[in-house]
Ligand binder design. Structure first.
Ligand SMILES: [Zn+2]
Ligand SMILES: [Zn+2]
Length: 161
């Protein structure tokens, strides 16, 4: 995901819209999404714009990635869409590389992969739910309480009444 700065550098435009659709690279899955219970179920899509604000570039974008995961309560396989929004200042100063909200570039293009995938991995829900009121599994017998009831869950309900 690279923004080609040529039209901006040539002074043709002040604003550069962009969209990208791509497969999440395998090495990114290994490094960025390691430890997360998620498997991409489609391409990542990114859209936004770069604006030339005399002297520096401002980038704003939205990214989304559909992925497969498991419900944190009942363990059922489910799909979710991981989304994030980013605002970045593009800088040529390499010392900015570690600064929050900055993206460093060196030539005629800006590589977005790093910040986009980092933000997506941070935005991934730590406890995805198959539905808002998922009742989960019985801790004793493992029955899926969304579809069945067991003696333990019935007892629990009686106790709380
Ligand atoms: Zn569930
Ligand atoms: Zn039970």
């Amino acid at each position: 995901m690279k923004i080609d700065l040529t039209p901006i550098l040539n002074g043709e435009v002040k604003e550069l819209p962009f969209t990208f659709t791509e497969n999440v690279p395998a090495e990114t899955l290994e490094s960025r999404f390691k430890g997360l219970d998620m498997a991409p179920d489609g391409d990542v899509t990114v859209s936004g714009k770069l604006t030339d604000i005399s002297g520096y570039y401002e980038i704003s974008l939205d990214a989304s990635l559909r992925c497969a995961t498991h419900c944190a309560r009942c363990g059922k396989e489910m799909n979710t869409v991981c989304t994030c929004s980013l605002r970045l200042i593009a800088s040529k100063d390499a010392e900015r590389a570690e600064d929050e909200g900055y993206i460093v570039y060196s030539d005629r293009e800006i590589e977005l992969d790093g910040p986009v995938y980092e933000e997506l991995s941070i935005s991934f829900p730590s406890k995805p739910l198959c539905k808002e009121d998922c009742r989960g599994l019985c801790p004793v017998c493992g029955a899926d309480l969304n579809t069945e009831s067991c003696e333990h869950s019935e007892k629990e309900e009686k106790d709380t009444l």
